[in-house]
Design a protein around this ligand. Sequence first.
Ligand SMILES: Nc1ncnc2c1ncn2[C@@H]1O[C@H](COP(=O)(O)OP(=O)(O)O)[C@@H](O)[C@H]1O
Ligand SMILES: [Mg+2]
Length: 314
Amino acid sequence: MAVLTLADACLAFGHVALLDHAALALEPGERVGLIGRNGTGKSSLLKILAGIDLVDDGTLQVQQGLRRCYLPQEPLFAPGLTVFDAVSEGVAEVRDLRARYEAHDASEDLDALQTRIEALSGWTWEQRVDATLERLGLNPETKVDALSGGLKKRVALAQALVAAPDLLLLDEPTNHLDLDAILWLQDLLINFAGTLMVITHDRAFLDAVSTRIIELDRGQIRSYPGNYAAFEASKVYELQNEALANARADKLLAQEEIWIRKGVEARRTRSVARIGRLEQLRATRLRGATWWARCVSRPIPARLAASWWPNWTV
Ligand SMILES: Nc1ncnc2c1ncn2[C@@H]1O[C@H](COP(=O)(O)OP(=O)(O)O)[C@@H](O)[C@H]1O
Ligand SMILES: [Mg+2]
């Protein structure tokens, strides 16, 4: 069963549709790479899946109890935090549970607390935070406010990773990372037990990590199983098929234009159907057509048509 399902989703800023009745379902354990040209709406889509923004129309269904964690493209932090505090926000739930467990309050159900802490790997959260800070080259004592944009992004990444959620949504996580840190992150994500969706322009990273690529293009979401190399191969095949279909349509259009110039008995049913098909062909080939094809696709004035095709009556 899908952990999250987006159906018939529409989203627009102004008159540009970023999502145009788009659909998407994420299955447990898959690692999805979200790609598309800049400005197509990848970050906007990820914010919707994270539950931060809403679609204009359509539905987002999320599995009950699903823990989502989102790394924004441009993270923001509350003022005055140290790196350690900021990263520990990622384990806020388990940190609070542990504090309650260790307080031994008589009114607490300690068994229930213990089960929940174990489910969230909560006994070792400090080690997880320390190890993550070390691998990302972050000093726990430093004030986040004093960090560059790149280092702030690392802090936000650390915060998302230590949370160990069911669904991890990462917007361009490898920006500002050196090669060692990228390889470490790749490894961590490959071994991540939850579901992952990541936006990145790093093809090597996508090749290593992703089990599916989805492409956002002019409001539509297309899905390609496998990594980036598999996506490229599918895309080449798709484009070849498209080119072949276009060439066939162009050839047919050229033949039909010659036929109609020879003079047509328009009242015959077969000719009417054939003229209808030609009109359709002209319309569908307009976008990719050469300039001359566009010229002949314009409506022809009735008097001129009558002089070309004496048998034409409409
Ligand atoms: N809150 C917003 N208000 C107005 N326009 C927005 C908003 N968020 C995004 N956009 C616009 O939507 C388009 C897609 O943005 P974005 O989702 O960041 O794309 P991507 O991540 O693919 O580069 C851009 O043209 C951007 O300016
Ligand atoms: Mg973006």
